[in-house]
Design a protein. Structure first.
Length: 171
């Protein structure tokens, strides 16, 4: 391979890498205490916030802006061999936790609280690594995961189907 051909290929590779980096939203691992947007991979990667500031408010898709970046991921276990851990997701404006109303498939996910020192149960979520995203498994019923209902934009718990509406990241 000639020196000139190597340069052309290197420049072309750098250009492709730059395009890919711009096309994909920045994704980050879930870090303890991060004040972030909670986002789903599906439907243009919306952010989520409660419908109101009251405990019991249903969590739904919202535009990603300053008012949606109020989630704190509080890790409550050590990382395991898969790189996953148990978390509580706290909505900082009212210190409520992300929790399903019931631990049955289709139950809406709300913000309820106060979070305080939650150590288990349906207030907890296991962040199961799926590449650069996570499947969030509910601690109250580990057969259910955090899911965005694509027709309503509301959060619910549902049986894992590994769809883009069940893959999560923070930004």
């Amino acid at each position: 391979m000639t020196k000139r051909l190597r340069r052309v290929l290197m420049v072309a590779g750098a250009a492709v890498a730059a395009l890919v980096a711009q096309a994909v939203p920045a994704q980050a691992s879930i870090s303890e205490g991060m004040y972030s947007n909670l986002r789903v991979v599906a439907s243009g990667a919306p952010c989520f916030a409660p419908q109101s500031g009251s405990w019991g408010a249903v969590v739904q898709a919202v535009p990603c802006n300053g008012s949606s970046s109020n989630w704190a991921a509080v890790r409550i276990s050590a990382f395991d061999s898969r790189g996953g851990a148990w978390y509580v997701f706290e909505w900082l404006p009212n210190y409520g936790c992300l929790v399903p109303n019931w631990t049955t498939a289709g139950a809406p996910v709300v913000v309820s609280g106060p979070c305080g020192k939650v150590t288990g149960g349906d207030y907890t979520w296991y962040a199961w690594p799926e590449g650069s995203d996570y499947e969030l498994v509910n601690g109250g019923n580990t057969n259910l995961v955090l899911d965005m209902n694509v027709s309503t934009g509301r959060l619910q718990v549902w049986t894992a189907n590994y769809g883009a509406n069940q893959k999560w990241f923070v930004s």
